[in-house]
Design a protein around this ligand. Sequence first.
Ligand SMILES: Cc1ncc(COP(=O)(O)O)c(C=O)c1O
Length: 393
Amino acid sequence: MKKDTAMRLSALAGQVAPEGIDPWVLHWQARHAHAAGEDVLVLSAGDPDLDTPTPVVEKAIERLRARDTHYTETAGRPLLRAAIARSHAARTGQAVTAENVIFLGGAQNGLFVASLLLAGPGDEIIAIDPMYVTYPATIQACGATLVRSPAPASGNFHPDFAALEAAITPRTRAIFLASPNNPTGVVLGDGEVEQLGEIARRRGLWIVSDEVYAGLAAGGRVPSLGARLPEQVLTVSSLSKTHAMTGWRAGWIVGPASFVSAANDVAACMLYGLPGFVQEAAITALEIAGEAERAMREYCQRRRDLMYAGLAGIAGLRPCLPDAGMFMLADIRDSGLSGGQFVRGLYDAERVSVLDGAVFGRTTEGFVRLCFAMEEREVNEACARIRRFCARG
Ligand SMILES: Cc1ncc(COP(=O)(O)O)c(C=O)c1O
């Protein structure tokens, strides 16, 4: 038997390793094939096919030339934190100041910091299933156990509150959720947010409300948990989706000042500050947010409607109209294929990459997720190829 000479890693390595199939393998295969000039359509990731707004790029270049390339304040520059606070207050109605804000490396970094600070080994964190693919590892990174609470397909992917209450134990520390949700595009209504806030208040739980797609919801806003329960809610967001700025890694948490102070200590030993030119460009992005978000909303809504029409009437496939965001689920349970078979078969036959719904949770098994934030021509072409694939049976 071959001796394993690899040195031992900590428990964390196991806690963050992907469960089952790695959803990104086919995605990167498609991306590389596309980059090599192959006729591939990549619908597997949520990265808008638009450029970062020019004033934001110009600001970053200006600040780079001005040698804004040194260390910065760990929690983010005061002017940026104040700008995020103003933007959050205007969107949600929650009264916050710079003291309630920490700037981090994208919403993903915010989710990770939240996990580290809210729970630990022996604790449980509930997440609404389906959830963004990074959630299980992010939640388990702190040593806590992930407990899935369903938002079932039979209820149009809205949370089942009886199941949520039943999932809470004395070990539960927090509930993680996203509105608009990825992959379903569901926006929680006022009544649901009220109910969630009431449960969290009564049971003494944190809520981590991931609102990276809020700017893409109708009117650029969603009912706010933070405004209802400011002492127990962390709102996580970023510029990634609303401004086509996924590569800038510009995100934040808004929460109680005591939480922000602890997050600052984590950031000090993890990030030690983020680039000044990115922060200055982020201030510009927030200044033009109204216009940028409106443009992105219109861009997404138009393509959502195109895709929904383009996938209508395909035997074995039923598109689900999302409230907001840049993704559409399609129910493929009548196709006779599993999600994995559908995704692989579609790519091999038609060179269209999509994601198996199963990677988002138990509730989306038998569904696939398609991103529509791309040129209209590509949306139409993807729908035509999917139709052809399904027609083959
Ligand atoms: C629901 C959700 N949360 C967080 C993220 C990560 O966003 P960011 O680029 O700001 O880290 C994504 C990215 O797809 C997402 O869909």
